[in-house]
Design a protein around this ligand. Sequence first.
Ligand SMILES: Nc1ncnc2c1ncn2[C@@H]1O[C@H](COP(=O)(O)OP(=O)(O)OP(=O)(O)O)[C@@H](O)[C@H]1O
Length: 294
Amino acid sequence: MNAIVFDHVSKHYGDVLAVDDLSLTIEPGNTVALLGPNGAGKSTSINLLLGLLKPTAGTIAVHGRTPDEAVRAGQMGAMLQNGALIPELSVKELIDLVRRLYPNPLALDEILKLADLTELAGRRANKLSGGQSQRVRFALAIAGAPRILLLDEPTAAMDVESRLRFWASMHDYASAGRTVLFATHYLEEADEHSDRVIVIAKGRLAADGTAAEIKAGAGGHTVSFALGEQPTAGLDRLPGVTAVEVAGGVATLHTSDTDATLAALYRGTTLDVRELKLSSADLESAFLALTRES
Ligand SMILES: Nc1ncnc2c1ncn2[C@@H]1O[C@H](COP(=O)(O)OP(=O)(O)OP(=O)(O)O)[C@@H](O)[C@H]1O
């Protein structure tokens, strides 16, 4: 059975269509990045999954149950964008308080270890740094041993070292066959820390695949050369070429097949090709191309 199913889900806030006929399935054990620019509908989708919002149309299933049923059964844990911690309690007390609310929680020591908080167990919540507070929020999200973990921009405002520690914790938790869905703006995080990337823009699905597939599918490579005064006609019809840009006397061809484009450039045109450069588009340009299109 799928872990998460969105079936033609839409969500309106008054006149604003935040999620627009979104259909997707996520299998158990996958770590999936939900990537999209500001206002794409990432938080709305996560809140719909948690049952905090109801869809205007369509249905959502979590291991075959409604979101409300799945939350009640302790199957979902979430780390949302802001959530206050109780300042007077120590890290250990706070986590223990929350874990006791669940039917089958993880052991306290295991949570502290997974969230990399063992050394901070006695520290009061109001004496934690921003990155440490985020680790406590992560600990609270996993306390009930949820099968599905939802993380809404979990590393926002973390420094580089905190991010590394955070992602190590997330991978440890996911490694026991759990499903993780995290929303992010950071392309490199989606690339490095997920098995699958779902790109949404304006509430719609813009791409779905591994980071490598998304890079390839969005015209993943560029071939550029000094064009000078030579004509550009026909460049857009070379095999593999998806877009042509000319700026400052340099032509840049976006291509899905570098070999075919290069062969045709040399054999099929009379252009004098100089200062040739090849580059692999990164996820960022693929992402920009995808979100621009939609
Ligand atoms: N409570 C609300 N009332 C009205 N409009 C809302 C509300 N919450 C979100 N929206 C709008 O819905 C759209 C999607 O917002 P959402 O917060 O889901 O996007 P997001 O991808 O999470 O953005 P960000 O990356 O900036 O957090 C945006 O246009 C936003 O302005």
